[in-house]
Design a binder for this molecule. Structure first.
Ligand code: SF4
Length: 198
């Protein structure tokens, strides 16, 4: 998907009264561009975001980087504005699983988190804090920032392995004797390829 696909772009945003905006032909110079990494899953794609009037219009792989971003990465133009996307903290008001929440401000949420962390350290010590993170949406950036933060507080309990890779390691070692035998270079040598997931 190239930059040429940006032009012409016809907008179908709606005005506050619900009526469609007049169709506008945009030029490339009308867009602001921002560089970002992809936080959807594997984190290796360098992406460029095209923004018009504070609205994300398009994502594509950054020119000059040897990346071919996938549909999941560039689909954030859809999920960023999805009506079901959480955009503010929710406080659980019922029992777990009841699905009862109320919206609270970021300040209220951060105050509550600080209070609970302080109380846990005071009553249980730092081992009472559990840091559990992995890759993908719980990505490396947040992961390392969280480790640095809790280490600054004096440490925390950490998990052994991660949600997904621990299972892969457990299966790969007895089957093929190697953890990282699943390289893209050897796919063409395979007799069978099994794909799963979304
Ligand atoms: S664009 Fe796709 S392949 Fe690239 S990091 Fe994001 S999810 Fe992974």
């Amino acid at each position: 998907m190239g930059l040429s696909s940006l032009v012409p772009t016809f907008l179908t945003l709606r005005q506050a009264n619900g009526s469609p905006l007049p169709r506008v032909r945009l030029k490339q110079t009308d867009y602001q561009t921002f560089r970002s990494t992809c936080a959807m899953e594997c984190l290796h794609c360098n992406l460029t975001a095209y923004v018009w009037k504070d609205r994300l219009m398009k994502i594509e792989a950054t020119k000059g980087f040897n990346v071919k971003c996938c549909l999941r990465g560039i689909s954030r133009t859809k999920w960023v504005y999805h009506p079901l996307r959480l955009t503010q903290p929710l406080l659980r008001t019922g029992e777990k699983g009841e699905g009862k929440f109320k919206p609270i401000t970021w300040d209220a949420a951060l105050d509550l988190i600080e209070k609970n962390i302080r109380e846990t350290i005071a009553t249980e010590g730092n081992k009472g804090l559990l840091l559990t993170a992995a890759s993908g949406n719980m990505d490396s950036i947040k992961n390392d920032m969280a480790k640095a933060f809790f280490d600054y507080l004096g440490g925390s309990t950490k998990t052994a392995g991660s949600l997904c890779c621990a299972a892969v390691t457990a299966a790969m070692m007895p089957m093929v004797g190697l953890r990282y035998a699943d390289t893209r270079d050897t796919i063409e040598d395979s007799r069978y390829i099994l794909c799963w997931g979304e």
